[in-house]
Design a protein around this ligand. Sequence first.
Ligand SMILES: Cc1cc2nc3c(=O)[nH]c(=O)nc-3n(C[C@H](O)[C@H](O)[C@H](O)COP(=O)(O)OP(=O)(O)OC[C@H]3O[C@@H](n4cnc5c(N)ncnc54)[C@H](O)[C@@H]3O)c2cc1C
Length: 443
Amino acid sequence: MLFHPAIHDTSATVDSFWESERPGLERVDAAPLARDETTDVAIIGGGYCGLAAARVLAMRGIAARVLEAGEIGWGASGRNGGFCSIGASFLGPLEQRGIFGEQETLAFYRILADSVRLVSAIAGEEGIDLQAQGPGVWTFAHRPSRLKELEAQASIGQQLGIASRIVTPAAFAQEAFACTEQAGGLFEPLGFGLHPLAYCLGLARAAQRRGARLHAHSRVTAWQREAGVHRLRTQGGVLTARRVIVATNGWLPEDLVPELAGRVLPIMSNITTTVPLSDALLAAQQMKTQAPAANTRAHLAYLRLLPGRQLLFGGRGDTTGRPAGLGAMQRLLEKRRSALFPALTGVETSHSWRGLIAATRRLTPALGTLPSDPSIAYAFGCHGNGVAFMTWAGDALGRMLSGERLALPAQLSGLPDRFPIPALRLWYLRLMLLRALVEDRMD
Ligand SMILES: Cc1cc2nc3c(=O)[nH]c(=O)nc-3n(C[C@H](O)[C@H](O)[C@H](O)COP(=O)(O)OP(=O)(O)OC[C@H]3O[C@@H](n4cnc5c(N)ncnc54)[C@H](O)[C@@H]3O)c2cc1C
C-alpha cells in the first residue's frame, strides 16, 4: 500500500456528490461470498472493467463471478467526474506518434472512440439511464501554444469520422463559458457527461441479468494457484476458478499478484462540487454548456455544470492520502476554481472527495493475459477517461477469454516495465507533479 490506509477503507462509501444522490438509485443486491464456490472466471474488482467483463462473459454462457472489496462501484467507477470521453493516456497524439508511429496512434484512438460508443450501446441495450449531458466534450487551451496538441487531436478525430473542431477564444466563450485562462479550444462531438454511479450500478444489474454473480464486501485476501485452478480466499469463503481477471486499476492488491507488482503507479484525483449556482452567477460566467470540459494544463482542471446547476471541479490530488490532505486539496481546488471563474469566489462547496487512478511507466494502459500464465488476465494503468476505456477493456478481456482474438495497438500490448525501486513510486509521482507545476509556469 503506497497511500495512507484510509484510502483503502472499503467499509464505508466515499462522501461524494454521487453518493448523496444514492437514495434515488436502486441498490445492487450483491451478497458477500458466504461459502466456498466454484466458477469459470473469477473477477477481482467491481468497477466498470470487472462488471463489463462479467456481463460479456455471461452473455457468452461462461460462468463469471465478481469479488469486490467494498460496495459495487466502491472504487473510481462510483466516484469519478463522469466524463465519458476519448483519452486514457497522459500521452497526447503528438507524443504517441513520436513513440508508437502513425498507424498505432490511429489504432489506439479508434479504440478510444469505440469505447465511448460502447458505453452508449450498453446503456441502450440494457436500459441504463446514464443521465447524459452534452453531447460533446470541450478541451480548452490554457495558452496559445497548447492549441497545437488540440489540433492534432482534432485531426485524428476527423480521420476517424468524428466532426471534431477547433474554436477561437471568442467562439469558446460564446459556446461554452467565460473564464480567465483560455486561448480557444477543441470540441469533440463524440463524448458526454454521465452520472458515474448510476452507470456503474446499471452495468452491475445488467451483468446480473445476463447471469453473472456479484459479491460485494468480498475482498480477496489470499490467492493460491495449483493444478490449473485458482483459489481466491475471502472472509466468507474460497472462490475456485479456472481463470481470473484482475480488474483493480489504481487499487491493485500487489501482494496477491507478484507478476503485476511494481508496474502500477496509483495517482490521486480530487473533486469538489458547489451548491447549485444562481442565474446571476451562471450569467456572470456566461455558463451555457452542459458538456464536460477540461483544460490543457499539466496540472489539469476538469469541470462540468451538473443538471442541478452545481459546478463539479476536479484536478490532480495529493500524494499521501492522509485524511488531512482532503481538506487541503479542497482549498486548492476552490482557489483554482475562483482563479478561473472569479464570479464564483466564495461559493460554498457541497462535496469534496478523492480516489485513485493509475499510470504505467510507459504512460498508457495495459490489458491482456500474463505471458507466464494465460489463465490470468489484467487491465490497469488508466489515468483518466476510464469511464469509456475501462468499460471497453473489461468487455475486451471478456471477449478474449471467450476465445476472440484481439489485435491491440502497441500502446496497450504487453506488460509495462516495472518502476525502478517500486517503493519509491510516490516520490516519482511527487517529482512528476513538480515538473508539471514548472511546465505550467514556463509555458
Ligand atoms: C476522482 C476521480 C475522477 C475521475 N474522473 C473521470 C472522468 O471524469 N472520466 C473518466 O473517464 N474517468 C475518470 N476517472 C477514472 C475512472 O474512474 C477509472 O479509470 C475507472 O473507473 C477505472 O475502472 P476500473 O473498473 O478499472 O477500476 P475501479 O473502478 O477503480 O475498481 C477497482 C475495484 O477493485 C477493488 N479491489 C481492489 N483490491 C481488491 C481485492 N483484493 N479484492 C476485491 N476487490 C478489490 C476496489 O475495491 C475497487 O472497487 C476518475 C477517477 C477518479 C478517482
